[in-house]
Design a protein around this ligand. Sequence first.
Ligand code: 13P
Length: 242
Amino acid sequence: MRRKIAAGNWKMNAMQGDLAEASSIANHPADAIDVVLCPPATLLAQMSALPLGTGGQDCHANSAGAHTGDIAASQLRDAGASYTLTGHSERRTDHGETNAMINAKSVAAIDAGLIAIICIGETLSERENGSTLTIIDGQLAGSIPDCATALNTVIAYEPVWAIGTGKIPSTAQIGEVHDHIRAHLQNRFADGNDMRILYGGSVKASNAQEIFAIANVDGALVGGASLKAADFTPIMDALAKA
Ligand code: 13P
């Protein structure tokens, strides 16, 4: 049995005053699932004092040094995180991150004792020209390090065109990609059947139940709907019941 994860990515949002939302999320009963929030680094230490999992949104591939503005995986751990995202499509786009860079960051995260949530997903043009599974194959092969195990790695499938748009793939489309990812993990890793695969992109309370019923969907990586407890807790509830 794979333990399900409701993860929230707060991106470059939230101030001190928003910690109350995290506190409400942390105090919502959710024994059956893992709940993880990835706040901006400015809130990580405070949020890590709450009874929930926390994660960074990115980490550097090096363990320390002259990298102004970056954050090391060990610093995320030191601030109380147990996870970090790597390879989010906004990092791939805004910072030109390649699969090789994301692989190195994921190794750094794992070496620091974090669980890497490695993000992959196709763009709209890739979806439309029929290359989704080819792109996914390249990202899986390139971004996931060989040291990945079910204990230190989670995969998040986030179609770029579904992020923040309100557009969502059909259940058949989500199922096809998640099954494809599962087959890759099973072929490559001894415990590939135990690795969790999250869906992300416009997940909301209104569509969560349908998404969580899809085979090989082990939870969600939620952006906008994770910022407020009133929006996120129904998603947690839907996952706990799935
Ligand atoms: P939205 O839920 O706002 O579409 O964002 C998804 C996402 O990018 C999570 O990492």
